[in-house]
Write a protein of this length. Structure first.
Length: 184
């Protein structure tokens, strides 16, 4: 795994051994950032369920102003710190070693995110729990985009009842990115 583009281009990133994290494949990451590339400049980015931090680091490398990384696994959180140091992006980042819902509560009132990327363990409805916290949160506004990496089987039929709208659903062979924003 590596940084694909930007100021940290080609820097290799460490990942956690085993199956505790699923780093987003480079080609999927490249497709995602091709969609975001013109809106990243100086944005505030939240990488929930960050794993090794590859998505948030890519955002910083491509011009995001600040990123918060949330990862519950202490070993993975340490790898994020090492990757930030290797890419020389640690000054633009905050790493939180806690669960996603606790992090959202602790971040409330401190930041407003332009982008929230979440890649929770599949088929456990953790994205639904996070969206439930975000539906009335000051962490996002109507211009914020939430991107959820999920299995192809994950249902998002509850979005409208929570006040969210699906803007885009980009499907890959084994998973998808769902782009969501807060409705009126």
């Amino acid at each position: 795994m590596r940084v694909i583009a930007g100021k940290a281009r080609r820097v290799p990133l460490k990942t956690l051994e085993g199956m505790d994290t699923r780093p987003t494949q480079d080609r999927i990451k490249e497709t995602l950032f091709n969609m975001l590339q013109y809106d990243l400049a100086d944005c505030c980015f939240l990488d929930l369920f960050a794993g090794s931090g590859g998505i948030g680091i890519e955002a910083l490398s491509r011009g995001a102003g600040f990123a918060v990384f949330v990862e519950q696994n202490p070993k993975a959180a340490e790898i994020i710190r090492e990757n930030l140091k290797a890419t020389k992006l640690e000054e633009q980042a905050l790493v939180m070693n806690c669960d996603a819902l606790s992090a959202l509560k602790r971040l409330e009132g401190k930041y407003r995110f332009d982008y929230i990327f979440m890649d929770p363990p599949y088929n456990q409805e953790l994205e639904r729990q996070a969206l439930s916290c975000l539906k009335t949160s000051a962490l996002i506004d109507k211009q914020s985009t939430i991107i959820i990496e999920a299995s192809l089987e994950t249902s998002f039929d509850y979005l409208e009842s929570m006040g969210f709208l699906m803007e885009k659903n980009k499907q890959y062979k084994t998973n998808r990115h769902v782009f969501v924003y807060r409705g009126e």
